[in-house]
Design a protein around this ligand. Structure first.
Ligand code: RIB
Length: 297
């Protein structure tokens, strides 16, 4: 069983379903509203836990009803929440999401996620020591992500970074990343290279990038310079929120099986995740993933 430490955000997603996205100044009538547990960190933690990983979450919620509910939700998935800090005077992070024809538009208000400090990361050294792999994203402060990468290095653990939301990555952080998991846009921004093709950027990071390509699947820059592709799986999409997070949680869980098999399982898990509303509702269990993959062959 892979032990995954996830360092990242915990949000409540406030999701409105509408027939079209509003334009500036426009008021529309939506079809549905619901709240769902979310946040890239929490989503990736839940994805990994459902697939059989032993998961510890390192993050921060506010001292409010959303924070208590989200921490409880993580615990109910079997995730160790002893390193989920509570920031007094900060609201729990939220994401205002509009879903239309399975696509989404998201505004994140980080709240307590931005109260996660490098000191709290260092205080959780025991969690790094106990992990097989550390998985982070960029919805908590960059200084804290860097501290997590340093802790991972200190304990000799691989550090996977899903560079979302996209920013230019400081070289100091990039040097500490074992595996970067961007989409094409995030890859260009992370490396601050907008003119080069993704294939050219892959050549700069052999063995260190798995790029997600939406419905088309994913590609890996193998250590020998080859590009290993994994096609996507066709499903009927209801809500694509959290598909990338499901992919990342699965990839970290299955990486020990080798890149091609880990990508196959991660693409399948990501595909299944879009078949239900909300980021986490469609994330498959290991049994569901196995059944889906058997049906494909
Ligand atoms: O990746 C999807 C997630 O991004 C949502 O759950 C939302 O909370 C935002 O963080």
């Amino acid at each position: 069983m892979t032990r995954v430490l996830v360092v990242g955000s915990i949000n409540m997603d406030l999701v409105t379903t509408a027939r079209q996205f509003p334009r500036p100044g426009e008021t529309l009538t939506g079809q549905r509203f619901a709240t769902y547990p979310g946040g890239k960190g929490a989503n990736q933690a839940v994805a990994a836990a459902r697939l059989g990983a032993q998961v510890t979450m390192l993050g921060c919620v506010g001292d409010d009803a959303f924070g208590r509910e989200l921490k409880q939700t993580l615990a109910s998935e079997g995730i160790d929440t002893q390193w989920v800090f509570t920031a007094s005077g900060q609201p729990t992070g939220i994401a205002a999401i509009t879903v239309c024809d399975a696509e989404n538009a998201i505004i994140v208000v980080p709240g307590a996620n931005h109260a996660l400090t490098p000191e709290q990361i260092t205080a959780a050294a025991a969690a790094f020591a106990a992990a097989d792999v550390v998985l982070a994203q960029l919805e908590v402060p960059l200084a804290s992500v860097t501290a997590a990468a340093e802790q991972a290095q200190k304990h000799g653990k691989p550090f996977f970074l899903n560079p979302a939301p996209a920013v230019v990555l400081p070289q100091q952080l990039l040097d500490l990343v074992t595996l970067l998991t961007p989409n094409e846009y995030e890859l260009a921004l992370a490396l601050n290279e907008h003119a080069a093709s993704w294939q050219a950027l892959f050549a700069r990071l052999p063995g260190r990038v798995v790029m997600t390509q939406g419905k088309a699947g994913a590609s890996y820059s193998a250590p020998d310079g080859q590009i290993v592709g994994q096609p996507g799986f066709a499903v009927s999409a209801v809500d694509t929120t959290g598909a990338g997070d499901t992919f990342n949680g699965a990839l970290a869980t299955f990486w020990q099986l080798g890149a091609p098999e880990a990508m196959r399982r991660a693409c399948a898990a990501g595909a299944l995740s879009v078949t239900k509303p909300g980021a986490q509702s469609g994330m498959p269990t290991l049994a569901e993933l196995d059944r889906f993959l058997e049906q494909q062959s």
